[in-house]
Every structure is written in structure tokens, then in C-alpha cells.
Write a protein that binds this ligand. Structure first.
Ligand code: PRX
Length: 659
């Protein structure tokens, strides 16, 4: 939640601490001595440390001699003269030793199961890569992937990586408007989608959304649409443009030599919300990104060859990139992929999957935990969770209550919990405990990983050292998996992450504080980015969608605390003509559905309140802090004397008109 980070004393005083369980430490990859040694090495020689990691962890086709190129800082470049291929580093490198090991254990929402070995995955990736080449896709071309959470999503990502094409995965929960915006900005040549995916007991009509997104003159860059058969539903196919995945790949060979690319060659774009304007295409580079994803998979998840690793994130989010598609595969792990919702057919689905597939490491978001926690301890108690040895959390702060439930009911007081702080922009986990080395505290992501120079600074950029004093979370030294730029908008990259402290630090956009032990506690966003069920939404995007409705003149969106979602969307709306009064429920419903239809169900406002106008300062700025206070029912502490229309405050508080 946005707060002014300076001088905030945290109200949260969490005294519980959980040392790594002895049984865990006995078999861990990294114990505290090994961790200390890495920390010492990294702080003594930042570049030497990262160079050693890159040598040891990645297979290079052409070795690098330059570790970090700072010529265009803060557009940093890593390992610049080296060449490799990401898909080769995730698949080919395992064929000799792990060819018959299961790479992907897939379960569809209807219950269908597939086990795909590394050898089979390699063959599928090669076939699809050959097919993309046949469609005219070459290195540097953008390919949008809009698929359900099925193995072909990973196949498509690796096929792009194999030929040097740049993928941009769009979350299947986004609607046609969001999809169009992303296809257009990326200038995608090919879109890969499906006849539908199973989610929440129904079929998500992905192909229909693609057709709508590229209808008429929209998205002229798109030459081909590849359609995977998943739901079996009939979908209209546009002649010349649309092709079935299975027909396309049938003719192609299961061998495809990887295209060696420069370390800095873009691997993917992933659009994410910022506080202003359109979503930003976060651009990641090949080698540095893979290094971060691989190392952290091994460090934070303590991956061993016999582990079954399940990260529940969709590949449409960065977590699904780093800890489904790339990190664990580069480390040779077996991953679980599940297509559907956690509540189908009932709220035991996650635990049933853990039992059936023998999941040993489980990584999910606090919002899912809170929802499942609410349903009680009896449901997980029906399943055998004894194989689980490590739990993880990501995407938003985990409240101590949910942490303790996770620890007690799912981890059965046996499993360490890794609360991992990172972002789309950081590419990989930045602050998290190493489970065999660092004691955990419920609600804290603990300590930065080796090679990550995090700090908390005040508004002047001076380090805040007093325990529990809040400030801006920054990263002081570049790291290999950092974003390289914002696609086609480097000015926005500079403004969003570097300007605040004159290019000295990367500004994460979160506020945080550190306790007496140096542990980090993330307090929330300092900008107008909401975290709804762990998904990042820009207030501007939702406002633009509302204003596009014929009845709406103006809108302001803020976040409000929500028991399960963390935050929910609260919209103040000024209608054209008179303010709606009396029973407004039909209009409220219409506007909520409108936003969902434009952007996707995750952006649907929970609350809508009509007002004559929005509170603005005399210079015309919307007073968001005031709106937030009203939405949350907090006392108004802001100076309202500068309001153009002070009487509006009562109206804003007005009768709740929401669902
Ligand atoms: O506010 C922080 C929150 O999620 C933001 C990044 O969102 P996104 O790019 O969508 O990536 C989410 C998955 C990595 C951060 O700026 N966040 C992420 N992890 C945590 C967190 N907040 C608190 N604790 C975390 N473990």
C-alpha cells in the first residue's frame, strides 16, 4: 500500500523466530558457513563473484571476457562478449544424464495427467522452434504467448529462446484490450494461443480474445496465429492467418540446433503495471537472467535431484518465468504444472496434487494461502503432505497469521518457509532466507542474497540505519538478472527506477524497514501500484478503462485492504450528467463488468462510489491520499484546506454503493 516511507515506525513487532530445522540442515546445499563464505566473497569482489557464478553455472558457446559494461549506466550490460543459448542451458545440457527424468508433471483442471521427460521436452521444443522458423520468425522477432497453464506454454517459451526470438507471455486472465495493448507495443509477428483453457470449472476463451484483440486494423504486425487444441471447443479459424499447433508441428523434425546469441540478447519482454501510463514492457537479457533464475532456484529452494518442485504461479507472471519455465529446468529439476483453480472441484485440490505427485517443495502466494486458510484445517488434513520439505511465499507481504498457518498446517512444523522478495524487474529472488542457513521470522523476507546489495534510504538517499525506521528499498549495485530497459521506452526506464536518486541506486518502488537483526520487512508500494491477489495493477489502467465507459466522465482508483486479496480495487466515479442516486446497483454492476471485460477479471473493482467531482488541489492534482483514507475508513489527516471544493469530503464518505 502506498505510504510515505520516511520515518515510519513499524507497528508490527514480530518476536517469533524459527531456526532452520536440524533435519533440514543435515542435507542442505548451503549451510550457514557456506552462505557466509559466499557473502564474504561477494562483498569483497562483486564482479569477481558474479563472474565465477556465470562460469560455473552456465554453458557458454563463446566465453565472456567482460563481466560488467557500465558505459551506458544505468543501462548495465553483463557478460557482453559471451554467447550462449538459454534453451540449450535448460534442456540439452541434461540429455546425457537426465534425459529420461521427468521434467514436467502436468495436471489439467479436468484431471488429465502428463509426464514429460527432458528428452521429450527437448524434442517438442525443437519441433516447435522449427515450426516458428518455417513461419518466418527470426532472432529478435517478438512472439506473444497467450496460453493456458499447459506444458505447451513452456514449450513455446523455450522454442522462442532456442531461435533467439523474444517472447512476451500475456497472462490468460487478461482480456482482449490488455492483450491488444501488449501485442501492439511489442510489435509481435506471431501470437500463440489455444482453443480454450480450463479454469474455475469453465473454459477460458483465449482464441476469441485474440480475434477481438487483432480485429480490423489493430495489431498490423501480426502475421500468424498458432492455435493449440486444448479444450476441444470449435473456434473460428481465419484462413491464411490461423494455424493449428498440431498440424504445424507434425511435419517438423525433433532436432533444432540452438541459435547462439549474445549474452545481452533480449530473452523476453514481460508487461507489468507502473503508476502512470500504459503497462511497461520489462526487458530481460539472456545470460544474466538465466544466471539469476538458476542460482536462486538452487540456493533458495535448495533443489536436489529427487525433488518435485511446484511453483503455482502462472507463466503469465514473472514467477512463472523464473520458477516454472527457466530456473528449475536449468537446474534439472522435476516441476509440477497445474492448469486450473485451487478450488476445483473443491478446496483440497492443491493438497491433493501435492499428495498425488509427491511434491517436496511448494511455492505459492499469500493470497492463495489466506483463501485456503479461511476454509479451515480439516481440508489439508485429509491429504498426505509428508513429502513436502520446504515451503515458499511470493508476491506480497505475508501476514504473520497466514505464515503461522502455513508453517503449522501445511508444513506440519517441519518445513522451513522461504518468504521471497523480488519483482518482475529484478528477474530473480533478491531478499530471502536460505532455508538451511537463515532463521526465519513470520512476515519478514529476512536477508539479501549474496551479491545483492540492498539498502534502505531516506528521501535524500542517505542510508537509514536505525532499527525499524522505514525508507525506500533500493539496490546499490547492478546484478546480472536485472531488467535492461523498458521496451521502446528507455526514458521511462530511467525515470521509473533511477531518477529519484540520480542514478545511484535502483529504486524498487517499495518501502521497507530493517529490524535489529538486519532483517527486511517489506511495507508495501510507495507508488500507485496495487497488489490485488498478488497481481500488479496500475491505478491508471483501471481509471482509463472506467473512463472509456460512455457514462463515466472521470475516475480515481485506490487500493483498500482486503482479508484475502491483500488489496482490492476501490473506484470513485464521476458520471456524465447528474450523480446517480437511489438504487445504483445496476450501474455499479455494469461498471464492474465493464472493467473486467476490458482488462480481465482481476481488475474488477470491488467498490464503486459515485461522486459529483474528485477532490483536487488548486493545481488540479487528484488527492489520492485523501481518497485512500476515505476508502479505508481512516481518519482524514491531510490538509483539506487546499481542496477546491472542501464540501466534497462528506460525499466521498457517502453511502456505500458496492456489491
Ligand atoms: O511490492 C512488492 C511485492 O510485489 C512487487 C513486485 O510485483 P511483481 O513485479 O508482480 O512480482 C511479483 C513476484 C515476484 C514488489 O515490488 N512483493 C513481491 N514479493 C514480496 C512482495 N512484498 C512483500 N513480500 C514479498 N515476499
Amino acid at each position: 500500500m502506498p505510504v510515505k516511507p520516511d520515518n515510519i515506525e513499524s507497528a508490527l513487532q514480530e518476536a517469533r523466530s524459527f531456526p532452520p530445522p536440524e533435519g533440514f540442515v543435515a542435507h542442505t546445499r548451503l549451510d550457514s558457513a557456506a552462505l557466509e563464505a559466499l557473502r564474504r566473497e561477494a562483498s569483497a569482489d562483486h564482479l569477481g563473484f558474479w563472474a565465477r557464478m556465470a562460469w560455473e553455472q552456465l554453458q557458454w558457446q563463446r566465453p565472456f571476457t567482460v563481466v560488467l559494461d557500465e558505459a551506458d549506466a544505468p543501462n548495465y550490460r553483463w557478460f557482453t562478449d559471451g554467447q550462449l543459448n538459454v534453451s540449450h542451458n535448460c534442456l540439452d545440457v541434461h540429455l546425457a544424464q537426465r534425459g529420461d527424468k521427468v521434467a514436467i508433471l502436468f495436471e489439467g483442471e479436468p484431471g488429465d495427467v502428463r509426464r514429460i521427460t527432458y528428452r521429450e521436452l527437448h524434442a517438442e521444443v525443437c519441433r516447435f522452434a522449427n515450426a516458428l522458423v518455417a513461419l518466418g520468425v527470426t532472432a529478435g522477432d517478438r512472439v506473444v504467448i497467450y496460453l493456458p497453464m499447459v506444458p505447451e506454454a513452456v514449450v513455446a517459451m523455450h522454442a522462442c529462446a532456442r531461435i533467439g526470438a523474444v517472447h512476451s507471455v500475456v497472462f490468460g486472465g487478461f482480456a482482449h484490450h490488455s492483450l491488444r495493448e501488449r501485442i501492439e507495443d511489442a510489435g509481435a509477428k506471431v501470437v500463440i494461443t489455444a482453443d480454450g483453457g480450463h479454469r474455475g470449472g469453465s473454459v477460458v476463451e483465449l482464441k476469441a480474445a485474440v480475434d477481438k484483440a487483432i480485429d480490423g486494423d489493430a495489431c498490423p504486425s501480426v502475421q500468424r496465429v498458432v492455435v493449440l487444441r486444448r479444450s476441444g471447443r470449435a473456434v473460428p479459424m481465419v484462413p491464411e492467418r490461423d494455424l493449428w499447433w498440431h498440424e504445424l508441428t507434425a511435419a517438423h523434425s525433433a532436432e533444432c540446433a540452438p541459435v547462439w546469441v549474445d549474452a545481452e540478447h533480449p530473452l523476453f519482454l514481460l508487461y507489468t503495471s507502473g503508476s502512470t501510463g500504459k503497462p511497461k514492457g520489462i526487458q530481460h537479457a539472456s545470460a544474466g537472467y538465466l544466471l539469476g533464475a538458476k542460482l536462486t532456484s538452487q540456493w533458495v529452494f535448495d533443489l536436489r535431484d529427487d525433488d518435485v518442485f511446484w511453483c503455482t504461479a502462472d507463466v503469465g507472471w514473472v514467477t512463472g518465468h523464473s520458477y516454472v519455465a527457466y530456473g528449475p529446468l536449468s537446474a534439472g529439476a522435476t516441476i509440477v504444472m497445474y492448469e486450473g483453480a485451487p478450488t476445483i472441484p473443491d478446496a483440497g485440490r492443491f493438497w491433493k496434487i501435492c499428495q498425488t505427485h509427491g511434491v517436496t517443495i511448494f511455492y505459492t502466494a499469500p493470497t492463495a494461502l489466506r483463501a485456503l486458510m479461511k476454509l479451515g484445517d480439516e481440508i489439508p488434513a485429509r491429504y498426505d503432505l509428508s513429502k513436502i520439505r520446504l515451503l515458499g511465499s511470493v508476491g506480497e507481504p505475508i501476514n504473520p497469521e497466514a505464515w503461522m498457518w502455513y508453517h503449522r498446517v501445511i508444513g506440519q512444523q517441519r518445513c522451513p518457509i522461504v518468504d521471497t522478495w523480488w519483482q518482475t524487474e529484478t528477474g530473480a529472488i533478491m531478499i530471502a532466507p536460505l532455508p538451511g542457513a537463515v532463521a526465519t521470522k513470520p512476515g519478514s523476507c529476512t536477508l539479501p542474497l549474496p551479491g545483492i546489495d540492498a539498502a534502505i534510504v531516506n528521501d535524500n538517499g542517505d542510508e537509514v540505519t536505525a532499527p525499524d525506521a522505514g525508507g525506500y528499498l533500493v539496490i546499490r549495485k547492478p546484478w546480472p538478472s536485472m531488467l535492461r530497459t523498458i521496451w521502446r521506452n528507455n526514458d521511462r526506464y530511467l525515470a521509473a527506477y533511477w531518477e529519484k536518486f540520480q542514478n545511484r541506486f535502483y529504486v524498487a518502488g517499495d518501502s521497507a524497514h530493517r529490524d535489529r537483526d538486519g532483517y527486511y520487512w517489506i511495507m508495501g508500494r510507495i507508488d500507485d501500484v496495487l497488489k490485488v491477489s498478488g497481481h500488479r495493477l496500475g491505478t491508471m489502467e483501471i481509471e482509463s478503462a472506467l473512463v472509456a465507459h460512455p457514462r463515466v466522465a472521470e475516475a480515481a482508483v485506490v487500493g483498500r485492504q482486503h482479508d484475502i486479496k491483500g488489496e482490492s480495487v476501490f473506484a470513485y466515479v464521476v458520471c456524465k450528467g447528474a450523480r446517480p442516486t437511489g438504487d445504483t446497483s445496476a450501474l455499479v454492476q455494469e461498471l464492474r463488468d465493464w472493467v473486467a471485460e476490458q482488462l480481465g477479471p482481476i481488475a474488477r473493482p470491488d467498490d464503486i462510489r459515485f461522486t459529483d467531482n474528485l477532490p483536487k488541489t488548486r493545481s488540479g492534482k487528484i488527492m489520492r491520499r485523501l481518497l485512500r483514507a476515505v476508502a479505508r475508513g481512516e481518519p482524514i489527516t491531510q490538509d483539506v484546506s487546499t481542496l477546491e471544493n472542501p464540501a466534497i469530503v462528506e460525499q466521498l464518505r457517502g453511502p456505500d454503493t458496492q456489491s
